[in-house]
Ligand binder design. Structure first.
Ligand code: THU
Length: 137
């Protein structure tokens, strides 16, 4: 399923809303993420920090865990919104790769609704995935 322009804009909007619920009292860098799954559902999440700093969770992984927990395993688009258009961290790129194809659109936006789009492959070239494991089994 290829997301329409309307799907994309809704996803950026949901990520923007999720960002307002981020819990980031330490870094003060709020992140919102939203994913569209193959069956048309949207799951979102914000970063969730902790007084024990390394325990903090990134917004993208919160949104992905929410989808997977609901039984939705294929991601057809992900949006991430930050104050300055920051891109997903390396760990989140790899976690997204588990549930998305290399050409899955990643929308990177700011709270005013502006966004640009990259394919996952552009963020994570020559990625390692389950297909690599299958080649040796
Ligand atoms: N953060 C995310 O939520 N997603 C990313 O891809 C980059 C970083 C969060 C982690 C931490 O709570 C804050 O942003 C500052 O690094």
């Amino acid at each position: 399923m290829k997301p329409s322009l309307e799907d994309r804009e809704k996803l950026v909007h949901e990520a923007t809303l999720a960002r307002t619920r981020a819990y980031a009292p330490y870094s003060r860098y709020q992140v919102g993420a939203a994913i569209l799954t193959e069956d048309g559902q949207i799951f979102s999440g914000g970063n969730v920090e902790n007084a024990v700093y390394p325990l903090g969770l990134c917004a993208e992984r919160v949104a992905i865990a929410s989808a997977v927990s609901a039984g939705a395993h294929r991601v057809v688009a992900l949006a991430v919104v930050t104050a300055n258009g920051g891109t997903p961290c390396g760990a989140c790129r790899q976690v997204l790769r588990e549930f998305a194809d290399t050409d899955t659109p990643v929308l990177i936006g700011t709270p005013d609704g502006d966004y640009h789009e990259l394919r996952l492959e552009e963020l994570l070239p020559e990625s390692f995935s389950v297909t690599d494991l299958k080649e040796v089994q």
